[in-house]
Design a binder for this molecule. Sequence first.
Ligand code: MG
Length: 392
Amino acid sequence: MSSSQPSPKVAALIVAAGRGLRIGGDIPKQYRLLAGVPVLVRTVEAFRAHPRVARVVVAIHPDDRELFNQCFKGKAPETTAGGDTRQDSVRRGLEALAADAPDVVLIHDAARPFVDAGLIDRVVDALAKAGAVIPALPVSDTIKRVESGVVTGTVPREALFGAQTPQGFRFGPLLAAHRAAEGQALTDDAAVAEAAGLAVHVVAGSADNVKITEPQDFVRAEARLAGGALAFEFRVGSGYDVHRFALGDHVMLCGVKVPHTSGLEGHSDADAGLHALTDALLGAIGAGDIGQHFPPSDPKWKGASSDRFLRHAMNLVEAAGGTLINADITIICERPKVGPHRAAMVARLAEILSVAPSRLSVKATTTEELGFTGRREGLAAEAVVSVRLPAS
Ligand code: MG
């Protein structure tokens, strides 16, 4: 804005409460790592780093609280509880800001981490003369109207623009517009402003300010962050573990309690499936083995639930900027039967690892009554994983 006017008090509201649109069914995309840093952290930092933005508030889904805290590690921005729809989340966020209302508010999608300072400046500058401002880019593709797979017309594109965020508004009128539009399902805040009769002005968007929506968007974004080169490499890790049967009435396998005529002997809960998988993850990143991280000699791990070991290994993978592509576990025993528990095991692994069940496989085999597993002296598990890491 021009130097003759006082600087407006600018707040940014980042909308990060979405759940429906997930990349491959994994954790919500705004929490996924992009070249080692969560998308949401990149987005929030862009606003925190901007000298004209005084306050940053993030609307999050209540279920994501733990993910959110993990992402920011003690330097978390303010949050508000999101609603069922994007529009609902924004209205709630505005209500939360109203107690100490800013002059203008910038509403931004969590999934647009490449917003730059110049774009934020253009929107804030334009708000000196307009009540509502959006960044937008002219549509460059020729736009076709299609019905049942057949083109029925070509839409003149001269007047068509693609809307981006941050969308900037004078605070009071936008809050009023959102209150009036409550319960509708408008897809952006400009639409809410339009519905209230506000004139929405356009400034130039940025081609880099993409919304990360599809799996390919992540690949392209990582390549861009690496200067155009492929930003990652693939690793493989394997793990193997054996536990001896002992007195008991159940065994733990892949995090699931399986009733059996024996238990398993071991310092922890003796979950050979989780131990093999933990070793495979550690192996993929060259981080030693489970015994180094959790020495059996340490009384602290006596009877420990092995999901802690697995989560620790996964944390190390994530700290290295890694993503688990898939894991394949084979349980080797005559008994207990694994088949009836397979779905529960995959679900439990997906929960511990925060990845989609489709990336996980649990299989079982016997050794035709040969060897120690054949004699039912114990059971074994092996695991193979593929991990994607930033290229070293
Ligand atoms: Mg073990």
